[in-house]
Design a binder for this molecule. Structure first.
Ligand SMILES: NC(=O)c1ccc[n+]([C@@H]2O[C@H](COP(=O)([O-])OP(=O)(O)OC[C@H]3O[C@@H](n4cnc5c(N)ncnc54)[C@H](OP(=O)(O)O)[C@@H]3O)[C@@H](O)[C@H]2O)c1
Length: 259
């Protein structure tokens, strides 16, 4: 072993053998599909596929990072290259969106959040969100984004909704903006690319990310003292309850199972 020493606190990367740059041409084996996942007491990783976790995080906080964290980082910092003063729209208050909120704020952006719950919007505001929209009370939330932004639209969107929200995201994006397609929470909907074309905007597919992104993100988390938001932690023997709680979508940020 050369990358670590005994006692180091590490996390496993989401993909096996994707260190940097583009992935190899063949399919990327991922944790849980087809590789074994991490709902285990012991898990062996090749040291190539592990990273040091940020020194300011507990193991539970660090557990939020390999998938949701790297995905949010890839979207905002690698693809969108968020700059101070940019505007970022995050859909919902789940794990990816709340980590995206924290990264966007650390980068000096103005952050818009949508949620089905006013209580969650208040929590998002406490976590740094600037503009809050309840997408249940305001189903035409894209018009609200346009109104708040003075008709300019936002510069970047963390699109976790999928095809059911894509048309509204295309109506919310600003000139030459970036829509990062991450999630599949909804289906159906209008996926016409024309609104995107009229705005000169881009649609980027995001599939988690590589080890180099994970390491860059961890450095930023440590320097900016970012603490990932954990809604609830369940003990290992209540893993089933944890999944049921997560499926209920009553969580804010991440749900963690401890070993
Ligand atoms: N492409 C990738 O690499 C990648 C990586 C990670 C995750 N994902 C996918 O990204 C999605 C989000 O992941 P996650 O871990 O953040 O999920 P999560 O923690 O379960 O977040 C779910 C939240 O999304 C919000 N939501 C649901 N329907 C919505 C809608 N119609 N409009 C706006 N928001 C809506 C809700 O927020 P409120 O309760 O506030 O309304 C809900 O609580 C999932 O589909 C996941 O599979 C993809």
């Amino acid at each position: 072993m050369t990358r670590f020493k005994a006692g180091d606190r590490v996390a496993g990367a989401f993909f096996e053998n994707w260190v940097d740059g583009p992935p190899a041409a063949e399919a990327r084996p991922a944790l849980g599909s087809p590789l074994d996942g991490t709902l285990v007491e012991f898990r062996l990783f090749n040291e190539r596929d592990a990273v040091m976790i940020p020194g300011n995080l507990s193991f539970a906080e660090a557990a939020t990072l390999p998938c949701a964290g790297v995905t949010a980082w890839h979207a905002l910092m690698v693809i969108s290259r968020v700059k101070p003063g940019d505007s970022v729209l995050c859909l919902g208050t789940g794990g990816v969106s709340m980590l995206a909120l924290q990264f966007a704020k650390a980068a000096g952006a103005r952050v818009f959040i949508t949620s089905s719950s006013d209580d969650k919007l208040k929590r998002a505001q406490a976590a740094g969100a600037d503009e809050m929209i309840n997408y249940k009370k305001t189903p035409d939330w894209e018009k609200e984004v346009q109104r708040i932004s003075g008709g300019r639209g936002v510069d970047h969107i963390v699109e976790v909704g999928g095809t059911g929200t894509l048309a509204k995201s295309f109506q919310s994006i600003g000139f030459r903006g970036n829509v990062c397609l991450i999630g599949v929470l909804t289906s159906g909907g209008d996926t016409s690319p024309h609104p995107l074309m009229l705005r000169g905007a881009s649609l980027h597919g995001i599939f988690v990310g590589n080890r180099a992104m994970f390491e860059d993100m961890n450095r930023a988390i440590e320097v900016n003292r970012i603490q990932p938001i954990i809604d609830r932690t369940f003990p290992f023997d209540q893993a089933r309850e944890a999944f049921e709680y997560h499926r209920s979508q009553s969580h804010f940020g991440k749900v963690v199972i401890t070993v």
